[in-house]
Design a protein around this ligand. Sequence first.
Ligand SMILES: Cc1cc2nc3c(=O)[nH]c(=O)nc-3n(C[C@H](O)[C@H](O)[C@H](O)COP(=O)(O)OP(=O)(O)OC[C@H]3O[C@@H](n4cnc5c(N)ncnc54)[C@H](O)[C@@H]3O)c2cc1C
Length: 476
Amino acid sequence: MADLILFWHRRDLRTEDSVGLYNARLRTPKVVGVFCFDPNILGRDDIAPVRVYYLRECLADLQQQYQRVGSELLIVWADPTEAIPRLAQALNAASVYWHWDVEPYSQQRDKRVIQALDQRGIAHQQFWDQLLHAPAEIVTQTGQPYTVFTPFWKNWSQQVKAKPYPPLQDCMGLTADERQIAQEAGAIPLPTLEQLGFSWSGTLDYPIGTAGAKRLLAEFGRSAIYAYQEQRNFPAVAGTSRLSAALKLGVIGIRTVWQFTQDCLQNFPGNESVITWQQELAWREFYQHGMYHFPHLETHSYRSKFDAFPWENNEKYFQAWCAGETGYPIVDAAMRQLNQTGWMHNRCRMIVASFLTKDLLIDWRWGERYFMQKLIDGDLSANNGGWQWSASVGMDPRPLRIFNPNTQAAKFDPDAEYIYTWIPELRPVEVAQVLSNQITSLERRSLGYPEPIVDHAKQQHLFKRKYQALGGNAER
Ligand SMILES: Cc1cc2nc3c(=O)[nH]c(=O)nc-3n(C[C@H](O)[C@H](O)[C@H](O)COP(=O)(O)OP(=O)(O)OC[C@H]3O[C@@H](n4cnc5c(N)ncnc54)[C@H](O)[C@@H]3O)c2cc1C
């Protein structure tokens, strides 16, 4: 009988270009997957229903991927520190394989799973998979983690990157007896979204599974990637890849994505747009390395003096921001896009994050949590990094940016197309008026659109004063 390797999937929902699955298959044809719905994660207050929906659909896709190669994906729903060792023991697995993660919770959980497996005498092996370079590979000359992006990028981009791994194939699944044993040890059919305690009634404008993610990449490669540098800042234009949710859950392998950029560069050597897009992939790794090296980032500012920032945390303002009712069209359009679709354009993420922290003087952690409650691609490292950057409290050399929402709208949504899409009640108002936000009180009342809740000019002075009082450099 072939040895059984149980492969524990977490944020790697695919069977191709997977370091761990490739290594497992080298050792045995009997590679069986398992995914664990973790009540510690599902019970948190920052879980977006749309993200769970996407996760569940991608798991259904992963089950099919396993079936196609002759094996299967088991599902359990219990604390993984008990469920994974119990299942491995019941199935007499020769080993349990999985991929490392950077998040503090995952690292603690994995330590406990390792302990439990060791206690039962079950072997285990881990690999880095979700990053092109593991955190220990990219350090300064003195062996320290980078805290500034540009030198990180210089080092990271010069390192040789692995090629995509061959897909899993020619596997064996469980016998009927083993399947019975797995059920007794907790394996269940894939629960519905409702059974998991969530509901999502929106329409998901996002392709499911690995084939869907590869389709997104191919579409992006047809033309948008070559115009990325100019187009990526315009929220009304489909100028970015929209791969973030697929990358977050590892529905597509990062080496596959990198190889795609290399192929694009072969077609157009030195193309700056392609290189700019590669930089975005590096930002993703920069923030993940940051979370790995500095786990306190999860709850604290990187620049610790700003933990004492006197945020005003006005609950009414916060509710207006969440609902897209601040009276600033570009901010409201973006928040409505987020609320209705579970996604928001990067330029708009920066605008609304600046507005929440610097105009409304609300703690960046409130915004960070709200994003996690809504985003399909919600990811601790990228979201936390984006929020700390926007609040000027994070790992970044330039100290202070305050976005003027009207200037941003004029520059990046010059025809107000994005604003009109998400705030249709403003359609009767002329573009110039919408962009400068010079809409009269009478018009606002008749259209049902709110007055600006704060005055940007005043608020930014207030923010600067508080920032300087804590030793922040308010010069821009
Ligand atoms: C306040 C704030 C919160 C954010 N929260 C998240 C989040 O929860 N999850 C998330 O994936 N991204 C987050 N981002 C980063 C960025 O906005 C999204 O990755 C991007 O908008 C996703 O669209 P795309 O896939 O079309 O990106 P593209 O422009 O096509 O970029 C390609 C990929 O690079 C990565 N990437 C791009 N920009 C960044 C960045 N600034 N930081 C880290 N990775 C990046 C993503 O994986 C993205 O899919 C946040 C940014 C800000 C300012």
